[in-house]
Design a protein around this ligand. Structure first.
Ligand code: AQP
Length: 333
């Protein structure tokens, strides 16, 4: 028990905004699973974040349960980690309001995700899209997290979380732990198979650009075979070869092979062979996850039992931090 208390706290969350992608898995989820033995891990489905983009209600309910089952299938172990649903824990919305009063308009305006998403959803640039990083900062700070395993795209949001926490602590003393991002060496930024200058995203309009964890093997193979490469026909990692670089990064992340080894193995072979090898390696990586997903999703009662239990613990932990912060600000509790 004493040892338990000394473990550092890990917090991370994922939006159930669509079917989980290979990018989410390699950039974040794989690390979440690995960290469970060494850290006190707290993970969440960030469903409040998803409504910054318009969602279909029926599909959203399905996505939330699918994502919960998918993460269990990836290896999130509810005996070791707390895995809850953000909207079930009211302290997140409350902390978000509190912290928004300690966050500057200017710093939120500089967030690249806001710029990207407002360009993509020009007809719905809502205030939630703008304040998204504040909600995320609250998610992390509520649990006094030491480390936050995320993909490279979230680096700026971790930075603003640290800035908000430091500003608050500067005014009121040590209320929040200052968290550190934890970005993997391999797979930190998986790119779209159709436009390798853009990150692979759940909401990619081009279905062939994104591999989902639950895609059937033949669909995965088809997507890799259609992946954009270049005209050089040489498997090597180099500037200007974004498509091949991305395939190499994926292959390296799932097989553990170095770029040098991959270049050596595919020396003199064409892209066709390489794409097949990458596709097959991904299929094999995802096969056990898909099998487990099918078991979990067919037992909704078990899923509910898991998240209700975790919601309750998350509320208890986060209420302590929220109470502390509110007291410092001057609220009468
Ligand atoms: N392409 C990626 N490569 C590596 N890591 C990635 N992550 C997301 N895309 C990639 C990491 O996955 C975690 C969960 O992401 P999220 O769902 O909370 O938000 P997101 O980054 O906005 O994911 P998507 O897939 O792009 O969703 P939509 O399309 O809804 O915006 C994060 O740690 C993220 O870094």
């Amino acid at each position: 028990m004493e040892n338990e208390q000394k473990k550092e706290v890990v917090f991370s969350a994922i939006q159930p905004s669509g079917s989980i992608t290979l990018g989410n898995y390699l950039g974040a989820l794989r690390n979440w699973v690995k960290m469970q033995d060494e850290y006190n891990c707290i993970y969440a489905l960030a469903d409040l974040h998803t409504i910054t983009v318009r969602q279909d209600p029926k599909q959203m309910r399905k996505n939330i349960l699918d994502a919960y089952a998918s993460l269990l299938a990836c290896g999130i172990d509810v005996e070791k980690s707390i895995f809850f649903i953000q909207s079930h824990v009211h302290t997140h919305a409350e902390m978000s309001w509190l912290l928004s009063c300690y966050t500057q308009f200017g710093e939120l305006s500089r967030m690249t995700q806001f710029k990207d998403k407002s360009a993509k959803h020009a007809d719905n640039i809502n205030a939630g899209l703008f304040t998204y990083p504040v909600l995320m900062a609250g998610d992390i700070l509520l649990y006094q997290a030491d480390k936050v395993p995320v993909g490279a795209d979230q680096k700026q949001h971790i930075e603003i979380t640290r800035n908000i926490a430091e500003r608050f602590n500067g005014l009121y003393g040590n209320v929040f732990k200052i968290p550190e991002g934890f970005i993997p060496k391999n797979g930190a930024r998986v790119m779209s198979l159709q436009d390798p200058t853009k990150k692979m995203s759940k909401s990619d309009e081009n279905a062939n650009g994104c591999v989902h964890l639950l895609d059937p093997p033949e669909v995965i193979m088809k997507k890799f075979k259609r992946a954009i490469t270049d005209s050089e026909a040489c498997v090597r990692y180099a500037e200007g070869k974004d498509g091949v670089n991305n395939l190499m990064a994926i292959y390296s992340a799932v097989t553990g092979l170095s770029y040098e080894q991959i270049e050596h193995d595919f020396d003199g072979k064409g892209y066709g062979d390489f794409k097949t090898a990458v596709g097959e390696a991904v299929v094999e990586t995802l096969r056990p996850i898909q099998e487990k997903y099918n078991q979990y999703i067919s037992d909704k009662a078990y899923l509910e039992e898991c998240y209700r239990k975790a919601d309750e613990i998350a509320l208890k932990i986060s209420s302590r931090t929220l109470g502390k912060a509110m007291k410092k600000v001057g609220f009468v509790l």
